[in-house]
Design a binder for this molecule. Structure first.
Ligand SMILES: *Cc1c(COP(=O)(O)O)cnc(C)c1O
Length: 365
């Protein structure tokens, strides 16, 4: 058996007949950055998520930085987020000279706990960045209420959740802005890097376009100091083809997740899906004791796996200056200790699922 953590070659084989002529057409067309392919993808993506504006950029990390710049976040401001996420969420806060203020997560969904947010708000707080971790929604209603009460901007880090829903609404349509990553391993992945910013707000959209393009609104007229962050035409062309298949792929992931849960619920803490959520299982991550030894056992049995994420951000050397030691965010710390992600992709077969789950059970016998 040749189990893959995610099966990008298989995905390519499925869409090759559509992707190859599209890429050749773009190569012959000579318009490689921005242009009609990017515009077309932006329109399709905005329609899919149900927002007014979608603006392509170079990657999901830039999407976060540009959104915060559009929100006017600057040195000394505070931005509330979760410590249990990929570094990009907090890294971009710090790059702007702002301060990441961490708030612990809910023990079931692993997303920022709205009940703890208000205690973290100061007169320097400007924004909240909830992350829809593993493809499951953060609890957005109370987050938006708190934001409204304190006049804060909410930027959804939706790098892992495009196509997922909260109370029937698409993630990426709930905050003032939202960011998406098209890193190849994401549920909607490019053949390289790419990112997107979503918003219903005309002014944010205009700012985002200016900032992502060197701060210029007209050629060589620079209104602000911006960045260079653009989506390539080839990536946009490929993403347009993949977007049509995203719901189908996400549904298949959900089927795989249910099979996994059924087989593992007696040995591991399996993912909890809130009744209000439509989870798209970017990762299928379970919690167990002796995780590190299990990981070694799985690798020995040629079962790929990964830890998302082994060190919560407040304990990273890069954030040492925040002075937050062990014990600051006990729920995040406990999850980081016990979590492990198993192979997850739409085409994981029953045979593969059985093999993986049998090995996990064998380890705990
Ligand atoms: C992948 C990811 C990002 C960054 O996206 P890139 O496209 O790799 O820059 C940001 N936040 C989260 C939660 C992610 O998973």
């Amino acid at each position: 058996m040749n189990i893959q953590m995610m099966d990008l070659k298989r995905q390519y084989a499925e869409i090759k007949d559509e992707v190859q002529p599209k890429v050749l057409e773009i190569l012959e067309g000579g318009w490689y950055v921005g242009g009609p392919e990017v515009k077309n993808f932006e329109e399709k993506a905005a329609e899919y998520v149900g927002v007014k504006h979608a603006i392509g950029c170079a990657n999901g990390t830039d999407a976060l930085q540009i959104s915060m710049m559009a929100a006017g976040i600057k040195a000394g401001d505070e931005v509330i987020t979760t410590p249990f996420t990929f570094i990009a969420t907090a890294e971009t806060i710090k790059i702007l000279g702002a301060v990441p203020v961490f708030v612990d997560v809910d023990k079931d969904t692993y997303n920022i706990d709205p009940a703890l947010i208000e205690a973290a708000i100061t007169d320097k707080t400007k924004a909240i960045i909830p992350v829809h971790l593993y493809g499951q929604a953060a609890d957005m209603d109370p987050i938006m209420q708190i934001a409204e009460k304190h006049n804060l901007v909410v930027i959804e880090d939706n790098a892992q959740g495009i196509g997922a829903k909260y109370k029937g609404k698409m993630l990426g349509s709930l905050g003032h802005m939202a960011t998406v990553s098209f890193y190849p391993a994401k549920n909607l992945g490019a053949a390289g890097d790419g990112g997107l910013i979503l918003t219903n707000d005309d002014e944010f959209a205009a700012q985002i376009r200016i900032i992502a393009n060197h701060g210029q609104n007209e050629r060589y007229k620079h209104q602000v100091v911006g960045v260079n962050s653009r989506l390539d035409a080839i990536q946009a062309g490929i993403l347009s083809i993949k977007l049509k298949r995203l719901d189908g792929w996400n549904n298949k992931r959900r089927v795989v997740a249910e099979k996994y849960k059924d087989k593992l619920k007696d040995v591991a803490l399996v993912p909890y899906e809130d009744k209000d959520n439509y989870h798209i299982y970017h990762q299928f991550s379970i919690q167990l004791e002796n995780r590190d030894e299990l990981q070694k056992f799985l690798f020995d049995n040629k079962i790929p796996n990964a830890i998302h994420y082994p060190i919560p951000l407040h304990l990273q050397v890069a954030f040492e200056n925040l002075g937050l030691g062990k014990g600051s965010f006990p729920i995040s710390e406990k999850i980081a200790e016990n979590i492990i992600s198993l192979p997850m992709h739409p085409d994981l077969s029953d045979e593969e699922i059985n093999f993986i789950t049998d090995k996990v059970k064998e380890f705990y016998k």
